[in-house]
Design a protein. Structure first.
Length: 206
């Protein structure tokens, strides 16, 4: 009986041994999950093998989410500042509610000026593989497709209010985690912090 209990305990520990501080699936240094033929808002298909840039940034988004709407323009600015660098940003939607599906994604991306590839994963497999639980939530991978950062865009999440105004919950951001992760990874230095707790709307898995 004791042996059986010990075996179950070891299985439980091994299942979470590779989990991060805030992520129950991935830890820093894990491989980027592969994906295939995901439809984009540009009426194309994207696979992980199509991406040739040294750094891949995946960000989980939901059109309906006020926390996504609050940081939309800062995400657009991040992508703009990465032009000319070997960085590919991929937005990912996995929620199955109608206002988060592909037709709504196209309208939202055009409205706010998304300047990156935005894919829809109806299977939700990519979200599960990454342990994504919030929108927005960022994952940064290096040229070897190893995870170097996951979590917040910056240290003061922004929310869009009903009147269209935007409020940062901790005042103006002072630490820009994703931008700093890109700078460090491009220069071959260690990313710090490498993990923060994502804040936003919950990802709805079926």
């Amino acid at each position: 009986m004791k042996t059986h209990i010990l075996y179950i305990a070891l299985l439980f520990v091994s299942a979470y041994a590779s989990a991060g501080r805030y992520n129950q699936i991935l830890s820093i240094g894990d491989d980027m999950p592969t994906f295939s033929q995901l439809p984009t808002t540009e009426d194309t298909l994207l696979s992980s093998t199509d991406i040739s840039e040294d750094i891949v940034v995946m960000v989980f988004l939901a059109n309906h989410c006020p926390w996504v709407k609050g940081m939309d323009q800062d995400l657009v600015k991040l992508v703009e500042s990465s032009k000319g660098k070997s960085v590919r940003v991929v937005g990912v939607s996995v929620n199955l509610r109608e206002d988060d599906r592909l037709p709504a994604m196209k309208k939202h991306g055009e409205k706010v000026g998304y300047n990156f590839t935005y894919v829809f994963d109806e299977t939700q497999d990519l979200g599960r593989a990454l342990g994504a639980t919030r929108t927005p939530e960022y994952f940064v991978f290096d040229k070897n497709r190893k995870l170097v950062y996951m979590g917040l865009l910056y240290n003061s999440p922004a929310k869009m209010n009903a009147d269209g105004s935007i409020k940062h919950i901790n005042g103006e951001p002072s630490e820009f985690y994703v931008a700093d992760a890109l700078t460090a990874t491009l220069s071959g230095t260690e990313v710090s912090p490498s993990e923060t707790r994502a804040h936003g709307c919950s990802v709805k898995y079926e």
